[in-house]
Ligand binder design. Structure first.
Ligand code: SF4
Length: 229
């Protein structure tokens, strides 16, 4: 029995992409109020070993073979870096000559042991959702002692030494980072992180859309402002 789960393969820039979740349930160092996975009892930032990883790896291998995927996107139910076998998972994908993209919320990229793992990947996605310390604590409910300043500096230091493609996902949330002052601040953060690619996203989940979503017009304005720095 495997605990990995998959999304249907899709094509991006001409490449077949297979998204895989490598956590049996939500394990994250944050517990965001807008998390699509829901609330978590498992707020951790140290690695955990899960049962049935060997059978999960065999399944991944056959999924790769059957789907003929060219890019494997590790997009998990939380922070994928906390799976103690993540290095092995990345190595398996790389041994097939495929591209590996890893989604992380970005906080752990500042720690040596996690940085080393992320460095194996061809692409790493980090993200930002709020731009004040108060909102970070209130909306993202991180592990005690985490700060927004450290969050951003972790991504800056990671990308300074990273040789792959760093993708920065700016998630716009109504009332948290959608005003002009916030956009100005996000631009400064982007300049400091210096990502290879920027993605601007917004609340898509129906349950959060009404309260935290922004209009199409505002989304277009913000996207234009952030994608043309
Ligand atoms: S960082 Fe992502 S996975 Fe973790 S709690 Fe926040 S929204 Fe959920």
């Amino acid at each position: 029995m495997s605990y990995f789960s998959y999304k249907d393969v899709y094509v991006e820039d001409g490449k077949k992409v297979l998204e895989v979740n490598i956590l049996p349930e939500k394990y994250c160092n944050f517990d965001c109020i807008f998390c699509p996975i829901g609330r978590s009892q498992n707020k951790i930032d140290t690695q955990m070993s899960f049962d049935k990883t060997d059978s999960s790896l065999i399944e991944l291998e056959s999924m790769i073979k059957n789907t003929k995927a060219e890019l494997i996107f590790i997009n998990s139910k939380g922070e994928a870096l906390v799976n103690s076998k993540i290095g092995k998972i990345i190595d398996l994908i790389k041994s097939k000559g495929l591209i590996v993209r890893l989604l992380s919320n970005g906080y752990l990229l500042g720690r040596d042991e996690y940085r080393e793992i992320a460095n194996k990947c061809d692409e790493v996605v980090g993200e930002i959702n709020v731009i004040t310390e108060k909102d970070f604590q209130k909306a993202q409910r991180p592990i005690e002692g985490y700060t927004l300043e450290e969050y951003i500096s972790n991504m800056i230091s990671f990308n300074k030494q990273y040789k792959g493609k760093f993708i920065f996902d700016v998630h716009i949330i109504r009332g948290y980072n959608d005003n002009e002052e916030s956009i100005h601040e996000i631009k400064n953060i982007i300049k400091k992180i210096s990502p290879d690619k920027i993605i601007v996203s917004r609340m898509d989940d129906e349950i959060f859309k009404k309260k935290l979503g922004i209009t199409d017009e505002r989304f277009e304005e913000i996207s234009n402002a952030l994608l043309n720095i």
